[in-house]
Design a protein around this ligand. Structure first.
Ligand SMILES: CC(C)(COP(=O)(O)OP(=O)(O)OC[C@H]1O[C@@H](n2cnc3c(N)ncnc32)[C@H](O)[C@@H]1OP(=O)(O)O)[C@@H](O)C(=O)NCCC(=O)NCCS
Length: 206
C-alpha cells in the first residue's frame, strides 16, 4: 500500500506531497532496518524481554513490514507468533520504529493499521505488545486482557498491552508468553512422539 503525506505536514510549504510506501520487508531492507532500530532504540534494545521471544526466530509470514520514502527505509514493524501458557495463540508486535526525520507524518500509524489488517486477513486472533498505552490505545490496545500474562523477563505491567482481532480471543489467557513453534516443527514433534512406522527391523526368516 502507499499513501500521500500532505505537504503541510512537516514536509514544508510549497513542496509536493510525499509518497510513502508500506510493503513487505525484503532481504535488501535488513541492513537499513537494523541501523534504523539502533538509532531509534539504542544498543540495549537486545536486552528487552520482547527480544527473548524473537531471538533466532523469523517473523510471522507476511508480517514483516517496511515503510519507504524517497528510496530509503523510514519505518519498520514486525510481528512474531507466540502462545500463552494457557494455550492462547497470538502475535507479539514489535519493534516499531520510524526514522527520526520522518516522525509525526503518520508512518507509524500506517504501519500499525497495515499490520493489524494483514494479521486479521491471515487468520491471527490477537496481538500483544510491550509499549506506551498513550501511543497504542488509538489502535485498540489496552491492558484489559493482559493482567494474568507474563513476559519472559522484567516488564512494566501497565506496558503489557493486547488487541483482540477476534472477540474474546484472549479471554482466560494467563501465564508465560512463549515463542509459538512453527507448524512444521509441531508436525515433526508429533511424528517423533508417534515413533518410527517405516523401516523397522524385520525378523529374519527361518
Ligand atoms: C513511536 C513511533 C514509532 C511513532 O512513529 P510516527 O511515525 O511518528 O507515528 P505517527 O505519525 O503515527 O504518530 C505520531 C504521534 O504519536 C505521538 N507519539 C509518539 N510516540 C508516543 C508515545 N510513546 N506516547 C504517546 N504518543 C506518542 C507523537 O507525539 C505524535 O503526536 P502528534 O501527531 O500529535 O504529533 C516513533 O516515534 C519512534 O520510532 N519512536 C522511537 C522508537 C519507539 O519508541 N518505538 C515504540 C516502542 S514502544
Amino acid at each position: 500500500m502507499s499513501f500521500l503525506v500532505p505537504a503541510n505536514r512537516r514536509t514544508g510549504d510549497g513542496k509536493p506531497p510525499a509518497l510513502i510506501w508500506i510493503r513487505s520487508e525484503r532481504r535488501t531492507d535488513v541492513a537499513a532496518r537494523e541501523r534504523l532500530l539502533d538509532a531509534a532504540m539504542g544498543a540495549d534494545r537486545f536486552a528487552k524481554s520482547s527480544e527473548r521471544l524473537r531471538e533466532g526466530r523469523k517473523p510471522a509470514l507476511g508480517l514483516a513490514l517496511a515503510a519507504r520514502f524517497g528510496g530509503r527505509l523510514v519505518g519498520t514493524l514486525r510481528l512474531w507468533p507466540v502462545v500463552t501458557a494457557s494455550g492462547h495463540a497470538a502475535l507479539l508486535l514489535g519493534p516499531l520504529a520510524v526514522d527520526a526525520d520522518a516522525r509525526s507524518l503518520g508512518i507509524g500509524a500506517a504501519l500499525m493499521w497495515q499490520a493489524l489488517h494483514r494479521a486479521r486477513v491471515l487468520g491471527h486472533r490477537a496481538v500483544i505488545l510491550v509499549g506506551d498505552a498513550a501511543y497504542y490505545n488509538r489502535f485498540g490496545f489496552s491492558a484489559e486482557k493482559t493482567g494474568a500474562l507474563r513476559m519472559p523477563g522484567p516488564t512494566d505491567r501497565e506496558r503489557l498491552l493486547a488487541c483482540e482481532l477476534v472477540p474474546d480471543a484472549l479471554t482466560g489467557a494467563r501465564g508465560l508468553i512463549a515463542p509459538r513453534p512453527s507448524r512444521l516443527s509441531r508436525l515433526v514433534k508429533r511424528a517423533a512422539a508417534i515413533g518410527p512406522v517405516m523401516g523397522q527391523a524385520v525378523p529374519a526368516a527361518r
